[in-house]
Design a protein around this ligand. Structure first.
Ligand code: 5GP
Length: 126
């Protein structure tokens, strides 16, 4: 089944400037902003500006430039926030929920960058 993008989702509205956001970094293809309901001291969402529903959609159909830019922004946020384990930071967790089993709430690809406390083991019980 083809991916169907709903342009009324909340992140599409943020990208169109219809809803404010607390921007951390913006590039040609990518926007990073603080989550409205942070689940850790650092909780940044990174989204592509293009209309991609979820991670697999983006990985399969985005251009090389979009994919490179998106991943560079993730790295740059980790650098800006001092999170890089290889540079003495305490680390971070990346999460990208896709679809109903992952309980994806907003149908526009986003990666959560979570950090600033011990995040525990990877998965809790459903
Ligand atoms: P999901 O469950 O889809 O992976 O995560 C959606 C995330 O978007 C949640 O962490 C939620 O707090 C965040 N979120 C939902 N609406 C808004 C909004 O209007 N602004 C911001 N900054 N974050 C939002």
């Amino acid at each position: 089944m083809p991916y169907v993008y709903d342009d009324q989702n909340i992140f599409a509205k943020i990208l169109r400037g219809e809803i404010p956001n607390d921007t951390v970094l913006e590039t040609e293809h990518t926007l990073a902003f603080n989550d409205i309901a942070p689940q850790a001291p650092i909780h940044v969402l990174v989204i592509p500006k293009g209309p991609y529903v979820c991670y697999d959609h983006f990985a399969l159909e985005a251009s090389d430039a979009e994919i490179a830019d998106f991943n560079r922004v993730v790295g740059q946020i980790c650098q800006m926030k001092g999170l890089q384990p290889g540079e003495g930071g305490a680390g971070f967790r990346l999460i990208s929920n896709a679809g109903k089993d992952a309980v994806q709430e907003v149908p526009h690809l986003h990666v959560h960058i979570l950090a600033g406390r011990n995040l525990g083991r990877m998965l809790g019980k459903a």
